[in-house]
Design a protein around this ligand. Structure first.
Ligand code: HEC
Length: 159
């Protein structure tokens, strides 16, 4: 090989390596973005459930409108199509800050069923929250239980 060809070969090699790195960066960024988005969704769950929980415990005075709004938000959030938020390869071993266990991707039907348990419980809460405090309190257990069941199975205890 002449010297000129060697240099062209080296430059090509570099270009290909750079292309591969860019592709990998983009893929990692997509995984990071999806992880952040689903964590934001979870934060919105927690915020709205927190408002309901504060009333249920008596820390905040019961307010039918506020309870209704929080319950409607929670149920609407639970009904969002979340499939794009959980790409394979975004578990706690692969993405910094992710607390999703790899087991989640090995048990997708069970994860979907836990997600639909939350929709059911949040829909019942939506109907109950604005009625009166006793109805809100009665609906709390199922919602908290639906969150907890999925965390127990598919979220790391801490990181
Ligand atoms: C179908 C499973 C599932 C359900 C249902 C679920 N979660 Fe989660 N939740 C997870 C997983 C998995 C994580 C870890 C996600 C990650 O770090 O990538 C998580 C993370 C969280 C976090 C931490 C978010 C962050 O910023 O890191 C909060 C808060 C949370 N969930 C609250 C809730 C609440 C409140 C509910 C119920 C209203 C709920 N979740 C229902 C699976 C679920």
């Amino acid at each position: 090989m002449t010297k000129g060809l060697t240099i062209i070969g080296a430059v090509l090699g570099l270009a290909i390596a750079a292309g591969a790195a860019t592709g990998q960066d983009a893929q990692q960024k997509a995984l990071n973005d999806a992880t952040k988005a689903r964590q934001a969704q979870m934060q919105l769950y927690a915020f709205n459930l927190g408002q309901l929980g504060a009333m249920a415990k008596g820390d905040v005075a019961y307010d039918s409108d506020a309870a209704s709004a929080a319950a409607t938000n929670l149920a609407s959030l639970a009904r969002l199509d979340q499939r794009r938020l959980w790409p394979e390869g975004s578990d706690d071993m692969s993405v910094d800050g992710s607390r999703a266990l790899p087991a989640l991707w090995e048990n997708l039907p069970d994860v979907m069923s836990k997600g639909s348990d939350l929709v059911t419980a949040a829909t019942a809460m939506e109907a109950a929250a604005g009625t009166d405090l006793a109805s809100l309190q009665a609906a709390m257990g199922a919602v908290g239980g639906a969150c907890g069941a999925c965390h127990k199975a598919y979220r790391t205890p801490s990181n």
